[in-house]
Ligand binder design. Structure first.
Ligand code: G6P
Ligand code: MG
Length: 217
């Protein structure tokens, strides 16, 4: 059986969720906006533009488009500064084993990310070759929880949505997979990702026999 396995990037494959948070925090601090780790959950999986709007809403700050554009550039420059030295060591535990297993089982693999920085990250970490298809923030118009990014990925892999399995660390991403009629696997905490069909703290906790079961379903 052939399914379609779709991986989110930030917080699933690499621990960049932390860098996004640090970069946004710097902007929030400058604007005197209280921005906590809990608030950060709202930004996971969400586009850069929408993330800024959420932060400004939190602080009840109204800003001109000019200011917003400046902060968006500033945030991305700050974020990119964390990526300069990125290498394979930043890949999260169990990810390579999962990708390798899926390849052995001849399963199509896609990346489905809201990030416009996805390709350089895959290159720096040396895992580009695992992905048959890459759909990122440059390819979509509707941000998660809209399922567009995953629907495009499944289509490019030649799979029906119901045959797609999505790994996600964000609430918006889990919702996108569910809305798209796909199997959602949350990577993270149950208290946050309870809407996912299955939840695991990380890839090392996923049994390959479970994946095999999904493949043969
Ligand atoms: C991912 C992350 C978000 C981030 C978004 C855009 O979905 O989870 O936190 O804001 O991508 O990333 P970018 O690299 O384009 O700013
Ligand atoms: Mg993510």
């Amino acid at each position: 059986n052939k399914k379609a396995f779709i991986f989110d990037l930030d917080g699933v494959i690499v621990d960049t969720a932390r860098y996004h948070y640090l970069a946004w925090q710097k902007i929030a601090q400058e604007l005197n906006i209280d921005f906590t780790l809990e608030h950060n959950e709202l930004l996971k999986g969400v586009s850069r533009v929408r993330s800024l709007d959420i932060i400004l809403e939190l602080g009840k700050v109204e800003a001109s488009q000019e200011d917003k554009n400046r902060w968006l550039i500033q945030k991305n420059e700050e974020y990119l500064s964390y990526l300069v030295d990125m290498d394979q060591s930043e890949i999260l535990p169990g990810v390579i084993a999962m990708l390798t297993f899926l390849k052995e089982k001849n399963q199509p693999i896609a990346l489905g990310s809201a990030s416009k920085n996805a390709r350089p990250i895959l290159e720096k970490t040396g895992i580009m070759q695992y992905f048959d298809v890459i759909v990122d923030g440059n390819d979509v118009t509707n941000a998660k929880p809209d399922p567009e990014v995953f629907l495009i990925a499944a289509k490019l892999l030649g799979a029906k949505p119901e045959d797609a399995i999505v790994f996600e660390d964000s609430v918006a991403g889990v919702q996108a997979a569910n809305i798209g009629n796909m199997t959602s696997i949350g990577i993270g905490e149950e208290t946050t990702l309870y809407e996912a069909k299955y939840i695991y703290p990380d890839f090392t906790h996923i049994d390959m026999s479970f994946i095999e079961g999904l493949i043969n379903k």
